[in-house]
Design a protein around this ligand. Structure first.
Ligand code: ADP
Ligand code: MG
Length: 384
């Protein structure tokens, strides 16, 4: 980006979306002296309670977008399903990172996969599905597979595992015949993700990859790799994430999720155009967090250091924890958890616990792998 004006502390930064990522962005921005305005239609959004200003309106509300743009010289977003048009509209007045164009590529699994391949990074074998005929023509080698709606999926939603073509046709009908991709189901040895920040002058800062365990399609535990023990596929993932950010002409924080197969093959799964749940370890475990990088990029300031200070592991706290086996409400045992040294509790201020809802997370720090593992067992025990 040419002609980069620095936005100094004391000024306003804008955020489209008011979830937990926006809340953690507020903390980082406010610590550095910025004021934050968020746009979110929910009166009780996690970031609404923290931001300096909450514009409570729909993401495509023209008057609200104008209000945000007039207040904030720089604006970002915390989720990929924001209408790209809204970002383009904001960009007529303010500096918007990432751009509506970059977000629109990753909003759509079809464009996303085409784009990743074009950037020279391998993806899972798949085919594009616009119609029943596309499925009938699909290569038999793609089964068993996963049919994924091209748009609006998250946390495993909008996906169906299919053993056969018949099942795929049924799932496609159930999805209302919206555009999909059919991916072959891969035998995953591991899943990793990499967070990269790219500044307005094209410099990048890249974090140590993290290993991610999912339960029911939702991230459960994320462990930052040991920066002294990176394997070739960790390095490949870092190189691929930078290549993707550069070819997207991306400004801001971006996460790339990868699958690792038994023979070490690395396949890019998807891109998130924002800080990511698997990067929450960076808040305590790194010199500068992913949220601080988001602030720095928006403001046109130098990137912070992504260097690790300690080993870390993050546990997501899903709403399930607030219910006992009989389905009665219970409060997790915070006292036992917080009695452990090096434990950081984050709760997002959501008013109601629901199963599968991300209510918060816990990050553990430890100076070595043995201590981290011992502490992780204690945390797992306490959280049940
Ligand atoms: P979401 O947008 O919900 O995160 P993903 O495409 O990342 O969707 O899928 C969620 C999880 O489902 C992945 O992290 C992985 O564990 C599993 N998964 C998705 N696609 C495949 C695949 N092709 N083969 C094996 N597992 C997969
Ligand atoms: Mg995913």
């Amino acid at each position: 980006m040419s002609n980069v004006e620095t936005i100094l502390p004391g000024q306003w930064l804008g955020m489209v979306g008011g979830g937990q990522l926006a809340r953690m962005f507020c903390y980082a921005a406010q610590r550095m002296g910025y004021k934050v305005a968020i746009l979110d239609p929910d009166h009780f959004s996690p970031a609404g309670a923290v931001a300096d200003k909450h514009i409570c309106a729909a993401y495509d509300d023209t008057a609200a977008l104008q209000q945000l743009a007039e207040l904030c010289p720089a604006i970002t977003t915390e989720f990929e399903n924001v209408p790209a048009q809204s970002l383009n509209r904001l960009a007529e007045h303010s500096r918007v990172t990432p751009s509506g164009e970059a977000v629109s590529v990753v909003q759509d699994r079809i464009r996303e996969k085409q784009f990743i391949s074009k950037a020279g990074v391998p993806v899972v074998p798949h085919c594009v599905v616009h119609s029943m005929e596309d499925l009938l023509k699909a290569d038999a080698a793609l089964f068993p597979g996963i049919l994924k709606a091209a748009r609006f999926g998250y946390d495993g939603k909008g996906q169906a595992r299919v053993q056969t073509k018949e099942q795929a046709l049924e799932a496609f009908a159930n999805f209302g015949q919206v555009a999909c991709v059919l991916e072959s189901l891969q035998p995953l040895e591991d899943e990793i993700s990499v967070i990269v920040a790219r500044s307005l002058d094209g410099k990048t800062a890249i974090y140590t990859p993290s290993h991610n365990q999912h339960r029911d399609g939702i991230l459960a535990v994320s462990t930052a790799a040991n920066p002294c023990r990176l394997t070739p596929y960790h390095e490949q993932a870092k190189t691929a994430a930078i290549a993707i950010a550069e070819s997207l002409n991306y400004y801001g924080v971006l996460c790339v999720e990868f699958f690792v197969l038994a023979d070490g093959t690395l396949l890019a799964n998807e891109i998130a155009p924002r800080p990511h749940n698997s990067g929450h370890f960076t808040i305590e475990a790194c010199l500068s967090s992913q949220f601080e990088q988001q602030v720095r990029v928006m403001a046109g300031l130098p990137l912070g250091s992504p260097q690790d200070l300690q080993l870390s592991k993050m546990f997501n706290l899903l709403g399930d924890l607030w219910f006992d086996e009989q389905g009665h409400h219970q409060e997790p045992n915070w006292s036992a958890l917080l009695a452990l040294p090096g434990v950081y509790l984050h709760l997002y201020g959501k008013n109601e616990a629901r199963k599968g809802r991300k209510m918060g997370h816990v990050t553990l720090l430890a100076p070595n792998a043995k201590q981290l593992q011992a502490k992780a067992l204690q945390v797992a025990e306490i959280l049940g």
